[in-house]
Design a protein around this ligand. Structure first.
Ligand code: ATP
Ligand code: MG
Length: 417
């Protein structure tokens, strides 16, 4: 005997038979319970009058008949209504009528009854579990840094401001400054954290609240140590998802490929040259635009690479905390199929140089006093990265819109639910 709890998603009455598609609480795929009047009249009557959306419990056996691609046949012996719906469901979960994207985001919590939606978030959870396991195995310590902060890391325009008992405060746009401060006592730290970004984006790759995997490592010899770590992290994550989420990937119709290694390390100057060969002129010293990133993505795809680093950006394009070298910086971006999914680099750990960088960026060292002080007491060379969870998932699962990869979207139009 098997007991299932879940929701009635569809009902079909054919002569003396009622087919109920039931979405069980913990399975990805639905089951179809078949109630025959000839076998059990009372159960059949109950099933016939049940409303779509009802939370139910059934007991019975799988009859090992595969009814369709979507489900397995279940022979019920007991059927119990737990909670009937108060209203008609606002969306059609049978897949017969397409759900508008906006409606889907509004009712994401209901959409999650569907295998496709569940598959995305199961993969998301597995991915984060694996990232934690990987980092723990490599001696990184998980830390939590404040989300209410007095200074930003990436520049003032992108901060959400709030009133903190009469003082001006912000929502943290990244744990950058704090994770660096910790390097002076714990040389390997990581945090899985929300980023709050106040830019008024209208794109398919930006959210105003997104999640990052933030890693920082001390006692490094060069930025290459960080590139190696990130390459290893991504390769093992993709391999893990391929192995442990086969059913979910199948439901989503995704052929997740192992990345070709080593990931190329293109310099910024290489990239400009590659783009120029395609007739795209980039002004030296500017960050790559969305279109330039996409064209580079197709150039690299032709060469057989989905994942590649762009290293040695001009210092102008990068934040003050990045180490400077001859007009360039020890920074990198990691792009996946034409989209930046991570930024990182070696940081400036030398007190005097860091102070100079802050001034050269036109910032006031007084605003960063708490941060700067941590560099006075034996700060080792270090580096790290911020890896966007939603961007990574979006590219792994070949999704067009980043909003597909987070349950409740925060963007310029969406604050509720
Ligand atoms: P972009 O230039 O693409 O807007 P960024 O360079 O400002 O991104 P970083 O500050 O480098 O972003 O943040 C590190 C990573 O966090 C990015 O590579 C990306 O994966 C993710 N990320 C940053 N901002 C957003 C956002 N608004 N929405 C979703 N993901 C983001
Ligand atoms: Mg970046």
């Amino acid at each position: 005997m098997v007991a299932l709890q879940g929701w009635v998603n569809a009902k079909r009455v054919v002569g003396g038979i009622v087919f109920l598609e039931i979405i069980p609480e913990n399975l990805v795929q639905p089951v179809t319970a078949v109630f025959k009047k000839s076998e059990n009249r009372d159960l059949w009557k109950e099933a016939k009058k049940v409303k779509i959306g009802t939370a139910v419990r059934i007991e019975g056996e799988y009859s090992r008949v595969r009814l369709s691609k979507r489900g397995e046949e279940f022979k019920p012996t007991k059927f119990e209504v737990i909670t009937p719906p108060v209203d008609i469901l606002p969306i059609d979960l049978t897949g017969k009528t397409p759900v508008l994207f906006d409606t889907k985001l509004k009712y994401r919590y209901l959409m999650l009854r569907l295998p496709k939606e569940r598959a995305i978030f199961k993969i998301r959870a597995r991915l984060l579990k694996h990232v934690r396991d990987f980092l723990e195995k490599n001696d990184f310590l998980e830390v939590h840094t404040p989300k209410i902060v007095g200074a930003g890391a990436e520049g003032g325009a992108t901060l959400f401001e709030l009133d903190y008992f009469g003082r001006k405060a912000f929502l943290a746009q990244s744990p950058q400054l704090y994770k660096q401060m910790l390097i002076t006592s714990i040389p390997r730290v990581y945090e899985i954290t929300p980023y709050f970004r106040a830019e008024q984006h209208h794109t398919t790759r930006h959210l105003n609240e997104c999640w990052g995997i933030d890693v920082e490592m001390g006692f490094i010899s060069s930025v290459e140590d960080i590139l190696k770590l990130l390459e290893e992290l991504l390769s093992s994550t993709i391999e893990y998802i391929r192995e442990t989420c086969k059913e979910e990937l199948e439901i989503l119709g995704v052929d997740l490929k192992l990345p070709r290694r080593p990931f190329p390390r293109l310099t910024y100057d290489n990239v400009i040259q590659l783009l120029e060969e395609r007739g795209i002129k980039v002004t030296w010293g500017e960050d790559l635009s969305d279109r330039e990133e996409r064209v580079l993505g197709s150039i690299m795809k032709e060469k057989g690479y989905d994942l590649y680093f762009i290293v040695r950006y001009p210092w102008e394009t990068k934040p003050f905390y990045i180490m400077r070298r001859d007009g360039y910086s020890e920074s990198f971006d990691l792009d996946y199929k034409g989209l930046e999914i991570s930024s990182g680099g070696q940081r400036e750990h030398r007190y005097t140089e860091l102070l100079r960088n802050i001034r050269d960026k036109g910032l006031d060292p007084m605003d960063f006093e708490f941060y700067l002080e941590a560099f006075k007491y034996g700060m080792p060379p270090h580096g790290g990265f911020g890896l966007g969870v939603e961007r990574l998932l979006m590219k792994m699962l070949d999704m067009e819109n980043i909003r597909e990869t987070i349950i409740f979207t925060r963007d310029i139009h969406r604050l509720i639910p």
